[in-house]
Design a protein around this ligand. Structure first.
Ligand SMILES: Cc1cc2nc3c(=O)[nH]c(=O)nc-3n(C[C@H](O)[C@H](O)[C@H](O)COP(=O)(O)OP(=O)(O)OC[C@H]3O[C@@H](n4cnc5c(N)ncnc54)[C@H](O)[C@@H]3O)c2cc1C
Length: 413
């Protein structure tokens, strides 16, 4: 047997590549190497059920430990890959070991962007990306009373919802004028400001955080540039991530806003692929190159690469979708709304059932649905198949999206 496929990263994308290679009938060796000391697990529950204490580690494992042995996947957790030698086709670990590869998949994800302001390293300033960090967040939440969340994006707001549900006093500080503004329309941001406020979370947008104050090495307050002070005994920071590109950069592979790949998710070296949060790919639905941070993107890209490695060369063309759970409200997003020129809605905020449809040059490009799972599912079908839908139809509850989506199969069958 040859050296097979080496996968770097045991997150969603790395795990799925290994699993899908076997589903595709790949018989060669598979080596799955990850820096974290755990078997692959799901990240989304870390800021939801796990943080709330409703889910334990076993319930978030992607597969039980036996899966890897049963599928002849050599899982090597707790080891960092420090170098790729493209000439030798080998990777070297921090421990000094090295592994040869025929195909290499970089599924190295992203890490949290860190604050660089005064006080950012005080005890009680926490970030959340990994299970180990989640364990600390969960533990520290138990005794904290006043929580300040810096960042009103998905993870910051999910953590705010968790902390509030645990009975804490919570303030969210967001630099931009509205919540989740890079991803959703103003209508959805407004809904979420209202939702959090109704539960007792103080939401401050346009907040320019200038310093974290402390005493005896421990956090005490977060200060804004305008002089406002928010007392805190725990600060949770969610200000975005940076893709892990060092391995690619050091082995002279092109890097932009992520490791640059083509429509096959291949880097400039045909034997090396990059997928998931670390990769920037050409996206037909966005009409440009994008780097996406979602379970769907990681899992679908992994399946695509696995098929290619197994001999079924495959262009990546999956519709992006995403979700976030805050309190008892689920927001589901389908498509990419960047560049939209028209927005219409269905349902209303009062009933807490609302969908926003985004159009570009008359074409439906994205749908955000709050507690309207059917709209989301039908939206995914309509956008992926490019079924015509006018803004007037989208806004009209009597237009049956299921029927329209149902016509896709009929038209193609
Ligand atoms: C708290 C949280 C909540 C989220 N909630 C949602 C959600 O509700 N919905 C959704 O769609 N998405 C959500 N996401 C995003 C989603 O989890 C990610 O997009 C997805 O996990 C990306 O998978 P990945 O495999 O590309 O990267 P990662 O999951 O980041 O995995 C990369 C792995 O590679 C390892 N690694 C990096 N460098 C090396 C190296 N040199 N050697 C060895 N190993 C290395 C890292 O340690 C890491 O384990 C959430 C993310 C977080 C953190």
């Amino acid at each position: 047997m040859g050296s097979g496929t080496v996968i770097v990263g045991t997150g969603q994308a790395g795990f799925q590549t290994a699993a899908s290679l076997r589903t595709e009938g790949y018989q060669e060796k598979i080596t799955l190497i990850g820096e974290e000391p755990h078997i692959p697990y799901q990240r989304p529950p870390l800021s939801k059920g796990f943080a709330l204490g409703q889910q334990d580690f076993e319930s978030i494992e992607l597969r039980p430990r036996s899966f890897y042995q049963d599928h002849r996947i050599d899982l090597i957790p707790g080891k960092k890959v420090t170098a790729v030698d493209r000439g030798q086709r080998s990777v070297t670990l921090a421990s000094g070991e090295s592994f040869l590869y025929e195909k290499l998949v970089l599924a190295v994800g992203a890490r949290n962007r860190k604050l660089s302001i005064k006080g950012a390293k005080l005890d009680g300033v926490l970030y959340l990306r990994s299970l180990d960090e989640a364990v600390v967040v969960k533990e520290r939440l138990k005794n904290a009373q006043q929580i300040v969340v810096i960042g009103g994006g998905f993870i910051g707001l999910e953590l705010a919802a968790v902390a509030c549900s645990l009975g804490k006093s919570v303030t969210v500080l967001e630099a931009l004028p509205r919540l989740m503004s890079r991803a959703v329309a103003p209508l959805i941001s407004e809904f979420y400001s209202g939702l959090h406020a109704s539960k007792g979370v103080k939401v401050v947008c346009g907040a320019s955080v200038s310093e974290i104050a402390g005493s005896g090495g421990k956090v005490q307050a977060v200060l804004l540039a305008n002089g406002t002070r928010y007392s805190a005994d725990l600060v949770l920071v969610g200000v975005g991530v940076v893709p892990s590109t060092e391995l690619a950069r050091n082995s002279m592979l092109p890097v932009a806003n992520g490791i640059a790949v083509n429509e096959y998710l291949q880097t400039s070296d045909e034997n090396i692929f990059a997928i998931g949060d670390c990769a920037e790919h050409p996206c037909a639905f966005a009409g440009e190159r994008v780097r996406l941070e979602s379970v769907q993107n990681a899992a679908d890209q992994a399946q695509c690469v696995a098929a290619t490695i197994a001999g079924r060369r495959n262009v990546y063309r999956a519709l992006p979708w995403f979700w976030t759970d805050q309190f008892d409200v689920k927001l589901q997003m389908a498509g990419i709304s960047n560049g939209h020129d028209c927005v219409v809605s269905r349902g209303n905020a009062e009933s807490r059932k609302l969908s926003v449809f985004y159009f570009k040059e008359g074409r439906l490009i994205a749908i955000d649905s709050i507690n309207r799972p059917l709209d989301h599912m039908m939206g995914r079908k309509l956008i992926a198949a490019g079924v015509p839908l006018t803004p007037a139809q989208a806004a009209d509850e009597s237009v049956d999206l299921k029927k329209l989506a149902g016509s896709i199969g009929a038209a193609h069958g």
